[in-house]
Design a protein around this ligand. Structure first.
Ligand code: FYN
Ligand code: ADP
Ligand code: MG
Length: 578
């Protein structure tokens, strides 16, 4: 593409950035216009790219990150310099932590001024600040290097363990003009950006030999397994071995949560009791109690320890991060699972199935927990509590398995995770490894943009507050997003009081009976105030049918919920006063 103000044989930085991205199949940008990238956003749209503008760069960054998770192509977040860059950094760091491939592209100040600290407009050494927080970071100073810069950023984002990459483009770069033929020749279409990483046959054999010895095997599926898009082979591996599996929250739906081999409803039993645990795209981090110690939920459970582990992961350094890994299988999950499946199929009928005692014990706990859950879900209190509201969402997701569920909050997150079953892969997008609040609307916008499927965002009222202004973005692009705010008047609940009796409300309390639905109406969307499960069901079903931007304010009992949901135990308890 050549510039519109010069002869046909010239091009410039603006157009080279666009051509480099388009050459690599990138057609959607999530960002926020401003100095020095406003014209770039206009040119991107004029060049036929989708330029999705947000109200805050953190939400644009979260959108780019989850677009990467869903598409296996790096999501692109475009921001202005300094404050806009910093706003995007939270999402870039969260993407790196969660292994989501994204590229944060920010305009920046000129090197000569920044390095002499001469006080430029929004002066900041952005590259230096980004480097420790992301997988890779690059700066481009010359137009003829834009092709290389974009190529390196794409390859860094998706190869090996996916993650966040920062690409720093100083303002002057955009106006640099070079010969069009030279510019074209400088662009790189990245060949095989995420090369398969085939596991060593002896590593596969070692893993299969260990798995064969297990009396009480357990498979844990993580979001890496969901990202890999090796769905059929993963399901075949689970079903051919008959091994019970535990899906981490964003791996739910790789097999339907109602699958008979799911051990999700017996979590605290299977984790300490298994004798061989195979991790597939899951890390033994805090979400799995680091493979030792008590499990979460604040209840006394048998401490973990003594298990043997198989770890299937693309990162060779992940093994032994928390406990000894007896059989690391290093490679991309698609190649690793295919290789293991080959070995299992070769064994034919000789592959040992788990013991009946093990499966029976799991079923017993599942039945007990599911029965307990059913009792709770059958109640219909007024006002609604999390369970009665989520019982409705459970039915709606079951009736609409292609809908994408975005979920964040504390109780709103934890109760949704165990109440709302998922039926297809990559349909549950949540706070992930870091437990970050604020991912909601960015994830919802991106999920709708990249999939065109209906998106249902079940939000704690506190969580919604972090990105709520993006309801305007949702309306502006007329996206099929239905936000359900679980409004219990506060963080965790709405009942805390100021012990001094002073005029200020307690730090965790919000405006009583806030009308979040009016926010959506303010921008032309549909707002519904739902006080009963029937009203909630009607509103969400209509939103899915109509595909209109909708916000349902679900009135939840303000006494419902616990501090921090199921991770209350993470809160430090104040020392008892003498
Ligand atoms: C699960 N369970 C069920 C079901 N699914 N019972 C009945 N039916 C179904 N379908 C049971 C399960 O066996 C557990 O009971 C319990 O419900 C909880 O299951 P969960 O949620 O899978 O397990 P648990 O113990 O909460 O997992 C620990 C955790 C989880 C840390 C992985 O709490 C988590 O992912 N938390 C994320 C917290 C977070 O990031 N919050 C955001 C910021 S918080 P038992 O087996 O009897 O224990 C801001 O304050
Ligand atoms: P969860 O929280 O769901 O358990 P984690 O984010 O903890 O998932 O772990 C994901 C793991 O998956 C990371 O260790 C990452 O290296 C790995 N991973 C991501 N993508 C792939 C892939 N395509 N092939 C193999 N491993 C992958
Ligand atoms: Mg709340």
């Amino acid at each position: 593409m050549t510039t519109d103000t010069q002869s046909q044989e010239m091009t410039d930085g603006f157009n080279l950035v666009i051509d480099a991205l388009k050459l690599n199949g990138i057609d959607t940008i999530f960002g926020l216009p401003g100095i020095p990238i406003t014209d770039l956003t206009r040119k991107m749209q004029a060049a036929g790219m989708r330029m999705i503008s947000f109200r805050h760069e953190q939400n644009a960054g979260n959108a780019a990150a989850i677009a990467g998770f869903l598409t296996q192509k790096p999501g692109i977040c475009l921001t202005v310099s300094a404050p806009g860059f910093l706003n995007g950094l939270n999402a870039l760091t969260n993407a790196t932590t969660n292994c989501f491939p994204m590229i944060l592209i920010s305009g920046s100040s000129e090197r000569e001024i920044v390095d002499l600290q001469q006080g430029d407009y929004e002066e900041m050494d952005q590259l230096a600040i980004a480097k420790p927080l992301c997988k890779a970071a690059y700066r481009v100073l010359h137009a003829e290097d834009i092709g290389i810069g974009v190529a390196r950023a794409i390859r860094a984002a998706v190869s090996g363990r996916p993650g966040g990459v920062y690409l720093d483009l100083p303002a002057k770069l955009f106006a640099q003009s070079i010969d069009a033929a030279t510019g074209k020749a400088s662009l790189i279409k990245v060949v095989d950006p995420a090369p398969r990483q085939i596991p060593a046959p002896d590593a596969v054999q070692r893993a299969l030999d260990l798995l064969k010895t297990a009396k009480r095997p357990l498979i844990i599926l993580g979001k890496g397994a969901a990202y890999a898009q090796a769905d059929d082979d993963i399901r075949a591996l689970v079903e051919k071995t008959g091994i019970p599996y535990l899906p981490m929250s964003m791996a739910k739906g790789l097999l339907p949560d109602t699958h008979k081999q799911s051990a999700a409803a017996a979590r605290s039993y299977v984790l300490p009791e298994a004798d061989v645990v195979m991790l597939i795209g899951a890390r033994l981090n805090w979400l799995l109690s680091h493979g030792k110690g008590k499990t979460w939920g604040g209840k006394d459970h048998k401490a973990w320890g003594g298990q043997k582990y198989i770890q299937v992961d693309i990162s060779p350094q992940e093994a032994d991060s928390n406990v000894r890994i007896d059989a690391p299988v290093v490679g991309d999950i698609g190649s690793c699972v295919a290789a293991m499946l080959g070995g299992i199929k070769a064994a034919g009928a000789g592959w040992p199935q788990p013991s009946g005692d093990w499966l029976g014990a799991i079923d017993e706990r599942k039945t007990k927990n599911i029965g307990k859950m059913a009792e709770t879900l059958a109640k219909n209190p007024s006002p609604m509590n999390f369970h009665s509201a989520l019982n409705v969402m459970r039915d709606i997701i079951k009736d609409n398995p292609d809908a994408i569920l975005v979920n964040e909050g504390a109780n709103a997150l934890d109760f949704t995770r165990s109440i709302v079953d998922m039926y297809k892969p990559r349909k549950r997008l949540d706070v992930g490894t870091w437990g970050v609040m604020g991912i909601g609307m960015g994830f919802a916008v991106a999920a709708a943009v990249v999939s065109d499927k209906p998106v249902i965002a079940v939000e704690g009222d506190s969580a919604f507050g972090f990105s709520g202004m993006e309801v305007e973005t949702i309306c502006r692009y007329n996206l099929p997003v239905c936000v359900v705010v679980m409004n219990n008047n506060g963080v965790y609940k709405g009942t805390d009081v100021n012990p001094t009796g002073g005029a200020d409300v307690a730090p965790t309390v919000f405006v009583k009976d806030a009308r979040y639905d009016k926010m959506m109406e303010a921008f032309g969307g549909v707002g519904v105030y739902a006080k009963t499960p029937e009203e909630l069901r009607k509103a969400v079903e209509e939103a899915v049918r109509s595909r209109k931007p909708t916000l349902v304010n679900a009135v939840i009992d303000e006494t419902a919920g616990t501090e921090s949901g199921r991770i209350t135990s993470l809160n430090p308890t104040a020392a008892k006063k003498k």
